[in-house]
Design a binder for this molecule. Structure first.
Ligand code: SF4
Length: 348
C-alpha cells in the first residue's frame, strides 16, 4: 500500500467522515462555511482544556454575546464572570481586546488569512491557522499538542518537542488537501483526541496504522520525544478571609500584570517556597484572628500552590479600593477557581 502524504490525508478524511466527534456545538456547519466568531471563540476557549469543559462556557458566551459586535460592547466584568473557572484569565482579557479590534477597525469581520489573524490580540500561530482553516478553508495547518503527538508517532520523529514542532509542521503542510484544510484540521484533532491518545493509543482503529513507524517499532509511548520533565515546585502562602462588622467579606482586585491578573480575589501574602509565620502574616490584623483548619491546594501550569487561610473580623471597613461582598454571593462572583476553593474552605 502506498503511503504518500496525499494517500495519508485521503485515508484520514475517509476515517473522519465516519468517526468525527459528535455534540461539539461549534461544529454547526461544514468547514469553510462556519461563522469565524464561533470558530475563534471555541479555539480560544479550548486552549489548555477539554471539549467537555468548554461546551457550557461556549453556550453561555453565545447566549449572552451572539456575535463579535455584541462581545465588543460587553462589560469587562460580565465577561470575566462568564469566563471564571476556565483559567488562564489573560485569555479572557485578550478575547475582549480582540473583539473590540475586530468590531471597531474591521466592522465585525475577522480576517481570512492566517498572517492577518495573527496580528490580532491573543491570536497565536495555532489559533490563526485553526480559524483560517476551519472558518475559511484557507491553506493553513494548525499544529497543537495533539498534532505533534500523532505526527511524531506516524513518522517516528526524533526531534525533541516542542522545539521540533517545525518538523511536524512541514509534514502536515505536505499532507494538506487542497480546499479541505478545515476538515483535515478537525480530523487531526479528532484522531489525536480519540484514537492516538497520549496513553494507550487505539492503533487498531487508526487509519494510519499500517504506515505508522512508532507502531512498527512497538514504541508508540516513546513519541513525541520530550526533554525530561522538571518537577513542579510548590509555593506556599496565606490568604485572608476578612469580614467586616456586617459580615461581608473583603475582596480585592489583583494587579493587572502577573498571575490571575485583573481578577478578583481575597487578599494574600506573596506565594513563595516557604510561607511566612502566621503571626507575621497577620501582624496588620486586629487581635482575635485565627488560622482555619485545612489547606487550599491548587495547581497552576508551573507550580503547585498551598494556601493556609487566616480569618479575622475587622471593626472598620478599610478605605481605598476595598470590595465587600455578601458571603452568599461569592459563588456567583467572577472568582478564579483557587479563590473559590478558599471561599469553600472558609465557609465549611
Ligand atoms: S498507529 Fe497508533 S501510534 Fe500510530 S498514529 Fe495511529 S494511533 Fe497513533
Amino acid at each position: 500500500m502506498t503511503t504518500t502524504p496525499d494517500t495519508l490525508a485521503a485515508r484520514l478524511l475517509h476515517w473522519h467522515a465516519r468517526s468525527a466527534r459528535d455534540g461539539l456545538p461549534w461544529r454547526d456547519a461544514p468547514c469553510g462555511r462556519r461563522d469565524p466568531y464561533r470558530v475563534w471563540l471555541a479555539e480560544i476557549m479550548l486552549q489548555q482544556t477539554t471539549c467537555a469543559a468548554v461546551i457550557p462556557y461556549f453556550r453561555t458566551f453565545l447566549r449572552q454575546w451572539p456575535d463579535v459586535k455584541a462581545l465588543a460592547r460587553a462589560d469587562d466584568e460580565a465577561v470575566m464572570r462568564a469566563w471564571a473557572g476556565l483559567g488562564y484569565y489573560a485569555r479572557a482579557r485578550n478575547l475582549l481586546k480582540c473583539a473590540r479590534v475586530v468590531a471597531g477597525e474591521r466592522q465585525g469581520a475577522f480576517p481570512m488569512h492566517e498572517d492577518d489573524l495573527r496580528r490580532l490580540p491573543g491570536i497565536g500561530d495555532y489559533t490563526a491557522a485553526a480559524v483560517a482553516a476551519i472558518a475559511h478553508n484557507g491553506p493553513a495547518a494548525p499544529v497543537d499538542g495533539n498534532v505533534v503527538r500523532v505526527l511524531s508517532r506516524l513518522y517516528a520523529i526524533d526531534a525533541i518537542m516542542p522545539g521540533g514542532k517545525t518538523v511536524v509542521a512541514d509534514h502536515v503542510r505536505a499532507m494538506l488537501p487542497e480546499g479541505r484544510s478545515g476538515d483535515f484540521a478537525e480530523a487531526m484533532m479528532d484522531l489525536g483526541a480519540t484514537v492516538c491518545r497520549p496513553k494507550n493509543p487505539d492503533c487498531a482503529a487508526c487509519p494510519w496504522s499500517d504506515a505508522c513507524r512508532a507502531r512498527a517499532q512497538g514504541e508508540t509511548g516513546a513519541y513525541p520525544r520530550k526533554a525530561p520533565k522538571k518537577d513542579k515546585p510548590t509555593r506556599r502562602g496565606w490568604v485572608f478571609w476578612l469580614q467586616g462588622p456586617d459580615g461581608r467579606v473583603l475582596l480585592e482586585r489583583r494587579a493587572e500584570r502577573g498571575l490571575l491578573g485583573g481578577m478578583l480575589g481575597f487578599p494574600t501574602t506573596e506565594w513563595a517556597e516557604t510561607a511566612p509565620d502566621a503571626a507575621l502574616a497577620a501582624a496588620h490584623l486586629p487581635n482575635g484572628w485565627r488560622v482555619l483548619d485545612g489547606r487550599v491546594h491548587h495547581t497552576f501550569t508551573h507550580f503547585h500552590l498551598e494556601l493556609g487561610v487566616i480569618a479575622a473580623r475587622l471593626d472598620d471597613a478599610p478605605e481605598g479600593a476595598a470590595l465587600w461582598r455578601e458571603t452568599t454571593a461569592l459563588e456567583g462572583e467572577a472568582l478564579p477557581t483557587v479563590m473559590k476553593k478558599v471561599a469553600r474552605l472558609a465557609q465549611k
